[in-house]
Write a protein that binds this ligand. Structure first.
Ligand SMILES: Cc1ncc(COP(=O)(O)O)c(C=O)c1O
Length: 450
């Protein structure tokens, strides 16, 4: 075994990974990456079919981004960001506020998606305190949402797998049924429902708006909850309702932001502007850790006072607005413009829809969901009852290792297996990835688990 892998096994603790699994199959040692390909020490090429955890945008090791990073590292590597600024952050905020939904004119930086969410939650509750309404301190969230692994973010999440050991640390949020069209909470038929489930949000607001600071959800695509897609109409009506009930709307665009759904932000499909928008992952093109929480002038002004005192937002991180990460983000946004990346996503979505439609007759496939760069299959035991494949069935199929064998990276979420592609994938690579994915699905069916 490679010495580096031995050292890894001796010392590293990998996220979401059981040591037992690594004894059976040691971690892949990736030596370099280019475009959508990862080159491993075993001599094999692995396609980055989940965009390195939903963050790679333009393909790996783009010269435009690595040059900007090198230039910035040589000029100013880091400085604190309290009452100090620098060119990359000033330019980036100008860019972000120009492309963000209208009214989001203020940017607060941090360095990961969970923190971007924590910051929105904290800003929202402090906003209400600063405005003399301290009783507005709870959150309404989806029962299958995911917003990160820190305690505040877990408290507005709904995926038990990630939170069950930590319930004692979490605060109590108001969970409403997710607009999950395949498993409609109201038993309605997809496309013919008038988005009836938004009534469940209205009911929650009706009961709890007096004590609620904000509603938070992932617009149009719930990632870790199972690549669940739902219509823009829900987002539009949620905006109307939150405005009517005097409650903030926080859109968590950590995964959906930067073109993933075919528009720069998922909120753009609904033409809505939230009170807070959380960004990370694709912000730097998926190259360096950086996150941003965008909000309105109205929120910003609620923290204003003549001298530093009780209204100040006491939150910050050492690496807030790191100049190198901001330079990478600026270079990534330039690439969006230069290469008209969003147009590519529309083509990508069409190809994925066409290709995934062919899985309709696959014995394990209950639902097919495609949006932007993401294409997902929900696997069921029985198409009529829609009973999901169990965790044991999924373990038996073992997509993770099947994917590795076939040279693609697959990490199903519960009974959903999916592709979440870099946006800049070209035709030959896409064909190859789709073929390899199909091969994996054929192997899964051959396992005869039903
Ligand atoms: C919608 C959403 N919000 C927040 C997060 C947390 O981001 P991070 O892993 O950078 O903390 C994720 C991560 O997958 C996410 O998908």
């Amino acid at each position: 075994m490679d010495e580096l892998i031995k050292s890894d096994l001796a010392h590293n603790w990998h996220p979401f990974t059981q040591a037992e699994q690594l004894k059976k199959r040691p971690p892949l040692l990736i030596e370099r990456a280019e475009g959508v390909k990862l080159y491993a020490s075993d001599g094999k090429i692995y396609y980055d079919t989940i965009a390195s955890w939903w963050c790679n945008v333009h393909g790996h090791c783009r010269k435009e981004i690595s040059d900007a990073v090198a230039k910035q590292a040589a000029r100013l590597d880091h400085t604190l960001f309290a009452a100090i600024t620098h060119e990359p952050a000033a330019l980036l905020s100008q860019r972000l506020t120009a492309i963000a939904p209208r009214g989001l004119s203020r940017v607060f930086y941090s360095d990961n998606g969970s923190c971007a969410v924590e910051i929105a939650l904290k800003m929202s509750t402090q906003y209400w305190r600063n405005r003399g309404q301290a009783q507005k301190k709870r959150f309404i969230c989806f029962d299958r949402g995911y917003h990160g692994d820190t305690i505040g973010a877990m408290s507005v999440g709904g995926v038990d797998l990630y939170t069950s050991h930590f319930k004692h640390l979490m605060y109590d949020s108001i969970r409403i049924p997710t607009p999950y069209c395949y498993r409609c909470p109201l038993g309605l038929e997809k496309g013919n429902c008038g988005c009836g489930c938004v009534k469940l949000l209205e009911d929650a607001l009706d009961r709890h708006s007096g004590e609620t600071a904000a509603v938070i959800f992932e617009p149009m695509l719930l990632g870790a909850g199972g690549m669940i897609t739902y219509p823009a109409e829900y987002v539009r009506r949620a905006r109307e309702l939150t405005a009517r009930y005097g409650v903030h709307l926080i859109l968590d665009e950590v995964a959906t932001g930067f073109g993933r759904t075919g528009r720069m932000f998922a909120a753009d499909h609904a033409d809505v502007a939230p009170d807070f928008m959380c960004l990370s992952k694709g912000l730097t093109g998926g190259t360096l850790p950086l996150a941003a929480t965008l909000t309105t002038e109205e929120v910003f002004c609620a923290f204003d006072e003549p001298v530093k005192g009780t209204k100040t937002f006491y939150h910050g991180h050492t690496f807030t607005a790191n100049p190198i990460a901001c330079a990478a983000a600026n270079a990534s946004l330039e690439l969006f413009e230069m290469e008209n990346t969003l147009a590519n996503v529309v083509c990508l979505q069409n190809r994925l829809s066409e290709n995934f439609a062919s899985y309709a007759s696959h014995p394990l496939v209950g639902d097919i969901r495609v949006i932007g760069c993401c294409a997902a299959l929900e696997l069921v035991k029985d198409k009529a009852s829609r009973e999901p494949l169990s965790a044991a069935n999924m373990a038996e199929i073992d997509f993770y290792n099947l994917g590795f064998d076939g040279g693609i990276i697959l990490r199903p979420v519960a009974n959903v297996v999916y592709l979440f592609l870099p946006l800049a994938v070209g035709e030959p690579d896409l064909d190859e990835m789709l073929d390899r994915f199909k091969f994996t699905l054929t192997c899964a069916a051959d396992k005869n688990i039903l």
